[in-house]
Write a protein that binds this ligand. Structure first.
Ligand code: 5GP
Length: 192
């Protein structure tokens, strides 16, 4: 039933390696298209300084996350760098039913699940201008341990190789240009 509601909804899935600036591009797009709704994921990861519960993520304990998986309350979920992340289904249904274009910012395994479950969703890959630039951005954030950065770099290397699986690639060389490209996609998806 829920999948039938979502099948023709304008859903744009944004993925790309950690550190590529997905969040910044999405923030630009939302500012210029307030009608678009960004799904707030659930995660078992601890909040980073400045992050807020219910805004950046819904921060859940492992048991709470398990219960949501068991109840079928996620559109998709995946494990990434030692934590779990999932897209809550109900809010997405509500916003899609209200006719809003929906944005998901998720990692690759989740994007694949959405593709299988909702073949009409558009998958957008955000790519850095170069690998060197991505390394610079990932190591420059300074909020994580060297081990964690190394782990994220290894994952990013694998993620970069998955670009051909996506419908569209946006190079994040300039935030307003990349953000506008995302707005254009949201516009065209919602007038389909
Ligand atoms: P971070 O811990 O840096 O906020 O996120 C790590 C990765 O998890 C990012 O690539 C982010 O896009 C992804 N992510 C965030 N929410 C979800 C979700 O609901 N599902 C999936 N599959 N990945 C997510």
């Amino acid at each position: 039933m829920s999948d039938a509601v979502l099948r023709h909804a304008p859903i744009i899935v944004v993925a790309g390696p950690s550190g590529v600036g997905k969040g910044t591009v999405i923030a630009w797009a939302r500012e210029h298209m307030p009608r678009a709704w960004l799904s707030v994921s659930a995660t078992t990861r601890a909040p980073r300084p400045g992050e807020r519960d219910g805004v950046n993520y819904h921060y859940l304990g492992s048991e709470q996350f398990d219960a949501m998986v068991r109840d079928g309350a996620f559109l998709e979920w995946a494990e990434y760098a030692g934590n779990r992340y999932g897209t809550p289904l109900q809010p997405l249904l509500d916003h899609a039913a209200a006719g809003q274009p929906v944005l998901l910012e998720i990692e690759l395994q989740g994007a694949r699940q959405v593709r299988r479950r909702l073949p009409d969703a558009r998958l957008v890959f955000i790519k850095p201008p170069s690998w060197e630039e991505l390394v610079r951005r990932l190591t420059g954030r300074g909020t994580e341990s060297p081990e964690l950065v190394e782990r994220r770099l290894a994952t990013a290397r694998e993620e970069m190789a998955c670009e051909p699986e996506f419908d569209v690639t946006i190079v994040n060389d300039d935030v307003s240009r990349a953000g506008q490209a995302l707005v254009d996609l949201l516009e065209s998806a919602s007038t389909k």
